[in-house]
Design a protein around this ligand. Structure first.
Ligand code: SF4
Length: 276
């Protein structure tokens, strides 16, 4: 089997910067609000260095150090951290921060806001938290028409649209185009540069199959599987890789999501090249 490593792949600049901040802290316990990045291997390494991952600020003792993940955090959580006098390390990716700012600007203009993304994702929760409740809703391709219908039925003519940074770039463009058919759309909706580049590399691969390395909980990893034009496998651990049946595949592309460590990809490629 011919194994080709797609480029670019793996850690994006946002993840590298977040990990640098996390690993720079020494000698004190850090509470990470949500996973710093959605990858079990990275999370395990952080835990081994004394990180404690929590889901809410209630689990963080007063005055302790808390790290906000690359996915960003809502203003309500930031205010609560300040009120509790927590020592905050902010690892929010600048691209996510840009989306937060766009939502604040759109909200100031009184616009109804549509966030293209998955409502249960930490990044989307943070973005949604920037707008007044009732002025913002989350849409996926499946729910977009119902949302557009509801807005139109209230006589809304102008809307604002932003996007989670790790969505399928073609899908985001198609959703914005659909909204433009009905509304005057103010938009900054696009995926981040790193997401787009990795998706484009996957779309361009014309071998027999692609192996996408990354966690099942990683949005950008799942989107890489989705945009592939050939059969796509996903694996987050060596065990998962070993369970995949590669028989009949002559040309295999290998890539990693934006939170997948390079040494894991190296280990997998070594294993694949050793397969008979
Ligand atoms: S995937 Fe994009 S938005 Fe997310 S951390 Fe990386 S660069 Fe930032």
């Amino acid at each position: 089997m011919n194994v080709e490593i797609l480029s670019p792949h793996g850690f994006c600049a946002g993840v590298v910067a977040a990990l640098k901040k996390a690993f720079a802290v020494k000698g004190r316990k850090i509470y990470g609000l949500h996973e710093l990045v959605h990858n079990e291997i990275v999370a395990e390494r952080l835990v081994a260095r004394g990180f404690v991952f929590v889901e809410t600020l209630d689990e963080v003792p007063d005055g302790a150090t808390v790290l906000f993940s690359a996915h960003g955090t809502s203003p309500a959580v930031r205010s609560e951290a300040a009120r509790r006098n927590l020592d905050v390390i902010d690892a929010t990716c600048p691209f996510v921060a840009k989306v937060h700012k766009a939502v604040r600007d759109f909200a100031e203009r009184g616009l109804e806001i549509v966030v293209i993304g998955h409502a249960d994702h930490a990044e989307v929760k943070g973005i949604v938290g920037e707008a007044p409740a009732g002025k913002v809703r989350t849409a996926t391709a499946d729910t977009l028409d119902a949302i557009a219908e509801e807005l139109a039925s209230r006589g809304v003519e102008s809307i604002a649209v932003v996007s989670q940074t790790t969505m399928n770039s073609d899908e985001v463009a198609a959703m914005v185009a659909r909204l433009k058919e009905r509304f005057n759309v103010n938009t900054t909706a696009e995926v981040c540069h790193a997401t787009k580049e990795r998706q484009d590399a996957v779309k361009a691969f014309d071998g027999d199959a692609i192996l996408v390395l990354g966690s099942a909980r990683s949005s950008n990893t799942n989107r890489l599987c989705e945009v592939a034009r050939v059969k796509a496998f996903r694996a987050g651990t060596m065990d998962e890789v070993r369970r995949i049946d590669f028989s009949g595949i002559r040309r295999l592309g290998v890539t990693g999501g934006a939170s997948t460590p390079e040494d894991f990809l190296d280990e997998v490629v070594l294993y694949l090249r050793g397969l008979k």
